[in-house]
Design a protein around this ligand. Structure first.
Ligand code: DX5
Ligand code: ZN
Length: 223
């Protein structure tokens, strides 16, 4: 199993985005781009144009986290922008299976995210259709919020289900991840760790990310 950090550019300086991303590239498995529509979440962030310009300036895979009410409308624009992975929210997907298949049919990896108050059981049946499940560890909408420990039970349930059915599905945690909470999520079964504030919000993002990577790689050592 791979253990990865996915820095969230929501916490980066947008005017120096490529430079900031290159700084963290050595320890990053992928870059996490948070798309917010001011409707599904009470905030606005970025769109396909930003993802396309980032795609042209970095080598790392880019995953797009769609925090939007109509994810169906945004598959094509983000595929064209060069997204490698598209994550939509279960809460707003009309037909999650069809949407995951539509994404996969374009050669893009598909993921489903669930909010803190969405029960694990609602997503379990879609596991065979996806490459990734994102267990939100904050209510989506803003970076820099405190980690919701009560969500860890769902991470364990996710890991149990993925192991039981022997699926190749990543389990990602998103929100409030730092060295302490990453270890808790790792122990619960997560293998991809999104981090915004804990990397780009630090005076030395490269160093902060390397520290976080040490924690996450503990997964490889089983410790
Ligand atoms: C929250 C976003 C997160 C956010 C994480 O709505 O989905 O990806 O950027 O930021 P931190 O790590 O600062 O909580
Ligand atoms: Zn996110």
């Amino acid at each position: 199993m791979k253990f990865e950090i996915a820095p969230s550019i929501l916490a980066a300086d947008f005017s120096r985005l490529a430079e900031h991303v290159q700084q963290v590239a050595p320890f990053s498995g992928r870059i996490h781009a948070d798309v917010m529509d001011g409707h599904f979440v009470p905030n606005l962030s970025m769109g396909p144009a930003l993802v396309a310009s980032l795609r042209g300036s970095i080598e790392l895979p880019i995953e797009v986290h769609l925090m939007v009410t109509n994810p169906e409308h945004f598959v094509d624009p983000f595929v064209r922008a060069g997204a490698d992975r598209l994550i939509f929210h279960l809460e707003v997907a009309e037909d999650p299976k069809e949407l995951a298949r539509r994404i996969a049919a374009q050669g893009v990896s598909a993921g489903i995210a669930i909010n803190p108050d969405t029960p694990w059981q609602k997503v379990e049946k879609y596991l065979p259709e996806i490459d990734l499940v994102v267990v939100m560890t904050v209510n989506p909408g803003f970076g820099g919020q405190p980690f919701m420990r009560e969500v860890l039970g769902k991470v364990s349930e996710a890991r149990k289900a993925v192991s039981k059915y022997q699926l190749d599905v990543d389990i990602e945690v998103d929100g409030g991840i730092d060295s302490t909470t990453a270890k808790e999520a790792l122990d619960a079964g997560a293998n991809i760790f999104v981090a915004g504030q804990a990397i780009f919000g630090q005076p030395d993002p490269a160093r902060a990310g390397e520290e976080l990577m040490k924690v996450v790689q503990g997964g490889l050592l089983g410790g």
